[in-house]
Ligand binder design. Structure first.
Ligand SMILES: Cc1cc2nc3c(=O)[nH]c(=O)nc-3n(C[C@H](O)[C@H](O)[C@H](O)COP(=O)(O)O)c2cc1C
Length: 163
């Protein structure tokens, strides 16, 4: 079997939680839906976020010191669709939802079930995505019971920004 098609078959089997990642820097704010994200180590605690190079969010993240990572409950699917289906190049997504400034000024979404803010401790190449390694500096969980939005819930959503 061709290696790439074996890999495609492999990733087709995956389902995983989705995150809304927000950022502020230099008086600009934004955020997008992210699937390429995972806890990366326990000691020290780190979390890896892959941001598509073309995204409005990524252009802000270039000079940001921190990112906010949110888990969105399934009943707030529309919030995930807003952040994944629209681009900040055309739409002020934060004007369309409730949020407040959190640690280091990162926008914290009110409808999130849990969130943390992480300091960007490393940036690195990941092909068409830029790796951001985060170390948590604060966070909160308001709802540990709801099921978060998963990839399967949004796999048919057209990304708001091209790759
Ligand atoms: C299912 C799904 C998964 C996505 N995963 C990522 C991701 O891991 N990283 C990323 O930067 N964008 C990802 N996107 C795309 C962005 O969320 C989308 O293009 C968004 O509109 C970009 O907004 P922005 O231009 O305001 O940053 C995903 C979109 C969808 C629908």
């Amino acid at each position: 079997m061709n290696t790439n098609s074996a890999f495609d078959d492999f990733v087709d089997l995956l389902d995983y939680p989705m995150f809304v990642v927000t950022v502020q820097a230099d008086g600009r704010m934004g955020g997008c839906l992210v699937g390429f994200a995972t806890q990366a180590s326990i000691d020290p605690p780190t979390f890896l976020v892959g941001l598509s190079r073309q995204n409005h969010t990524t252009t802000i993240a270039r000079t940001a010191t921190h990112l906010a990572v949110h888990l969105v409950p399934r009943q707030q699917l529309a919030l995930a669709e807003l952040f994944g289906g629209e681009t900040g190049d055309a739409v002020d997504k934060l004007a369309r939802c409730d949020w407040q400034p959190g640690p280091e000024g990162a926008p914290i979404l009110q409808s999130a079930m849990a969130w943390f803010v992480g300091k960007i401790v490393q940036r690195f190449e990941m092909g068409d995505h830029a790796g951001h390694l985060l170390m948590p500096v604060g966070g909160s969980t308001s709802d540990a019971e709801s099921r978060p939005v998963f990839f399967a819930d949004v796999k048919d959503l057209n990304p708001g920004h091209g790759p």
